[in-house]
Design a protein around this ligand. Structure first.
Ligand code: GRF
Length: 204
C-alpha cells in the first residue's frame, strides 16, 4: 500500500439539443486534463439528429437520444433519471439543452445542475430568451456589452445562483449570428469547463 487516496471523479451527464459546441469544449478540456475532478459519463439529447450526439460518439462517450413528448414530459424525465442512476451521475450540465426540466427532476440534483446562458443574467434571460433570440434582443436594445453566464439551475428559468460570468463587446456591425459566435468563442467555451471543474471539485 502506498497510502495514496483514491478519489472518485464526479460523474457528469451532459444534456444537449443541438450543435453541441459547448459539449465539445467540455470534451476537449477533459482530454487536456483541465477537468481533473470530473468525467463526462453520459450525453443525452432530446433531439434525434443533434450533432452533439455524434460528437459524443466520436469521443466514445455513451450518447443516447430520448424522445420528449410535449404531452408527456414526465416520461422523458423518468427515463433520464433511470439512466442517470445506472451511471451513478453526480452532476448534470445543460449545454444548449432547449427544454425546461420540472421542479421534480431538479429536486433530484439540488445545486448539482448547471446551465450556460448566452447573456449577462439577469439581462436578456428568462422565458423566451434562448438560442439566437437572445442575441437578436441584445442587438435590438443596442447594448454595448453582452456575454455569457453559468448558473445553477433551480425551478425559476435562468434564476439560479450565478457561478461565472464573462463580458463580450457588441460591435457596430454585428449580426445575431456573428454575435452568437463571438459570445460562444470568447465566453461560453471558456466559462463552462471552468464552472464544471469547480463544481466537480466541490462535490469530490
Ligand atoms: C449556446 O449559445 C448556449 O448558450 C445556448 O444554446 C447554444 C447552444 O450551442 N443555451 P451548442 O449546442 O453548445 O453549440
Amino acid at each position: 500500500m502506498t497510502g495514496q487516496r483514491v478519489t472518485r471523479k464526479a460523474q457528469i451527464a451532459v444534456l444537449v439539443s443541438g450543435g453541441g459546441t459547448n459539449l465539445q469544449a467540455l470534451i476537449n478540456e477533459e482530454k487536456l486534463g483541465h477537468i481533473p475532478h470530473g468525467h463526462i459519463a453520459l450525453v443525452i439529447s432530446n433531439k434525434k439528429d443533434a450533432l452533439a450526439l455524434k460528437r459524443a460518439e466520436k469521443a466514445e462517450i455513451p450518447a443516447i437520444y430520448i424522445k420528449r413528448d410535449r404531452k408527456n414530459p414526465k416520461d422523458f424525465e423518468e427515463k433520464l433519471l433511470k439512466l442517470m442512476a445506472e451511471k451513478e451521475i453526480d452532476m448534470v450540465v445543460l449545454a444548449g439543452f432547449l427544454s425546461i426540466l420540472s421542479a421534480d427532476f431538479i429536486r433530484h440534483f439540488p445545486n448539482r445542475i448547471v446551465n450556460i446562458h448566452p447573456s449577462l443574467i439577469p439581462a436578456f434571460s428568462g422565458p423566451g430568451y434562448y438560442g439566437i433570440k437572445v442575441h437578436e434582443k441584445v442587438l435590438e436594445r443596442g447594448v454595448k456589452l453582452t456575454g455569457a453566464t453559468v448558473h445553477l439551475v433551480n425551478e425559476i428559468t435562468d434564476g439560479g445562483k450565478i457561478l461565472l460570468q464573462k463580458a463580450v463587446k457588441v460591435l457596430e456591425d454585428d449580426s445575431p449570428e456573428s454575435l452568437q459566435k463571438r459570445v460562444m468563442e470568447e465566453a461560453e467555451w471558456v466559462l463552462l469547463p471552468q464552472a464544471v471543474e469547480n463544481l466537480a471539485k466541490e462535490i469530490g
